[in-house]
Design a protein around this ligand. Structure first.
Ligand code: PLP
Length: 458
């Protein structure tokens, strides 16, 4: 049945979109780094949706892998069966993660489910390790871990959380400061001193709630959706690892956005010194957008306790380790390896960052350009000296998104609220397959978009 909008006479979509007022633009195809819209326009995908499409669009090898999996077996239930795709994907990932002590992989269909699974694994670990009194999580303000109840509870994306707060959120979560040097590092402080202060704050929080009651500390290695690509200060994660270890608290690193090569190392934590997380979540770049797949990498320490205990993970989904999703994920990971995309990401990311700095680094409303690899954020401010953000009514990030899109470039907008400060930003996170020419194109289009927005606001 066609429903008609009484005011405009236009056909109302049956699909519930994110907005009930505006419909998004229809995409009809994609190839490499470009999308083609229904009106025929081409869009350079400068953000891969939300840092998803690591190998770009329309890859025939991945399509073939999914078809082959379907041709042999499209679905089995994991209670009784497994498939080569699922086993091989787990092998491919643990080959990369074993040097860090992460020996098993568990697959689900979304990042939020992966975060919830990691939280449950952590709780189960303590129960079976004889410490059932551990009932709390500590997370960070400015974090985004997803939308399911567990993941939302450890997140700080306030617009997405406030309507549900206290009703559909856990009350056993407390928060510490994010790693937000742009606003959080004091003038007289070195990077190391800033890191040490944040680690001390975490230690203090553990002391406040009782370290023997804490299940895990949950953090994004490089802050993503609400933080816009914030890398931790030198020494921070090593310090966090030590403090968690001191009290037997597990460390869950969420690499759903920043993992899978996006920051120029397969795991973002690899560039943070000697950090061995207990659980790591992956998503987005794991399936590269070809299928909904996310996962948890689990340390031998956790596996051993569960093996000795109930010998199972007390959790399960109908579609966990779905064969076609695993086939897609495996093909994407094989392409990342074959084409050396992690190393390419590092060098192309360095080029993109330096070109963005030249084009926009001194611009009137650009507060900071930050990030690592092909995971770069630009924070906008009304006043560079005072760092005063724009009023939310200005909708600076949305203006940037629209100005870029109308010129043929997709970027990911956001406005994270931290400690009452609401900063507008955009994320630039193109496919890891990007060429140097395409890097130049992104910078050119983004500069044009920025200039147009700046002019609008004069
Ligand atoms: N964790 C992080 C760091 C994310 O960026 C996201 C999504 O943006 C999620 C978890 C949730 O993933 P999903 O949207 O697939 O549920």
């Amino acid at each position: 049945m066609t429903i008609t909008n009484a005011q405009t006479g236009e056909r109302e979509p049956s699909l519930l979109h994110r907005s009930l007022i505006e419909s998004p633009q229809k995409v009809i195809s994609g190839s490499g780094i470009y999308l083609t819209l229904a009106d025929g326009s081409r869009i350079l995908d400068g953000c891969c949706g939300a840092a998803v499409s690591v190998i770009g669009h329309g890859n025939k090898q991945v399509q073939e892998a999914i078809m082959q999996q379907h041709a042999s077996i499209e679905y089995v239930h994991t209670m009784a069966y497994t498939t080569s795709s699922a086993e091989e994907l787990a092998d491919a990932l643990t080959e990369l993660s074993k040097p860090f002590g992460l020996t098993k992989a568990y697959f689900v269909c979304s990042g939020s489910e992966a975060v919830d699974a990691a939280m449950k694994l952590a709780r189960q670990y303590h129960v079976e390790n004889g410490q059932p009194q551990r009932k709390r999580f500590v997370a960070r303000r400015q974090a985004y871990h997803g939308n399911t109840i567990g993941a939302m509870s450890v997140s700080s994306n306030l617009p997405r959380k406030i309507p549900y707060e206290g009703v559909l959120t856990l009350d056993n979560v407390s928060f510490v400061s994010p790693t937000y040097a742009y606003r959080g590092q004091r003038d007289a402080e070195t990077e190391e001193q800033y890191a040490a202060r944040l680690v001390q704050e975490l230690d203090d929080e553990f002391q406040r709630v009782g370290p023997e009651t804490v299940i895990a500390f949950v953090a994004e290695t490089v802050g993503g959706a609400t933080a816009a690509c914030i890398t931790p200060p030198r020494g921070y994660l090593e310090g966090v690892r030590k403090v968690c270890g001191r009290y037997g608290i597990l460390l869950i690193l969420d690499e759903i956005m920043c993992g899978s090569g996006r920051t120029g190392s397969y795991f973002a934590f690899e560039r943070e010194g000697d950090v061995r997380p207990d659980l790591v979540t992956l998503g987005k770049g794991l399936g590269g957008g070809y299928a909904p797949i996310a996962g948890v990498l689990i340390s031998e320490k956790v596996v051993e306790v569960l093996k000795r205990g109930s010998a199972s993970f007390v959790h399960g989904h109908t579609y966990q380790a779905h064969p076609a999703c695993c086939a897609a994920g495996l093909a994407v990971q094989q392409i990342i390896k074959r084409d050396d995309l992690v190393a390419k990401c590092f060098s192309r990311g360095a080029l993109l960052e330096s070109r963005l700095r030249s084009a926009l680094g001194d611009a009137k409303y650009v507060g900071e350009i930050r990030g690592r690899g092909l995971f770069l954020g630009i924070e906008f401010v009304q006043d560079r000296a005072s760092k005063e953000p724009f009023k939310s009514a200005v909708k600076f990030a949305s203006r940037m998104q629209e100005a870029a899109h109308s010129r043929g470039l997709a970027v990911y907008p956001g406005s994270g609220t931290v400690d009452g400060v609401n900063g507008d930003h955009v994320i630039v996170a193109p496919p890891l397959t990007i060429t140097e020419e395409e890097v130049e194109e992104i910078v050119k289009l983004l500069k044009m978009a920025y200039d147009a927005v700046e002019e609008e606001l004069v």
